[in-house]
Design a protein around this ligand. Sequence first.
Ligand SMILES: [Cu+2]
Length: 140
Amino acid sequence: MVTFIGCSKNEVKQTDAGTNGNNTTKSGETTQTSKTDGTTNTTSSGNSNAEVVKIDLPSVQCSMCKKTIETALKKDAGVINANVDYKNKNATVEFDKSKTGKETIEGLIIAAGYQANEKPADEKAYNELHGCCKLPKDQK
Ligand SMILES: [Cu+2]
């Protein structure tokens, strides 16, 4: 489930202040590739099934959206790496094409309440998003 810690103010401070590097997650999410089987495709190299897809996220607003989407994507065992760039409003997702696909990845984003490429967000999930994660027209 999605955890709403707070609005963009705190979040932005956490990720934007300080270093300009991408220290994506602070809270122990570093073990992203503890996959079920013994195969260690931790890095992109060496996995012949690895493929990278870029997905437009026109409705993304802030760093909280980034976390929400990245968390949703990493639930898919086929996703090797997911990075959401909320400033440029897109996601770069590296996945194992023998395990998942672009359609599935888009589906996860939609289910999280966000638009994926030209596909509209799941309305229910969108309505449950934090206020600051909604489109400006829906923010109060
Ligand atoms: Cu947001």
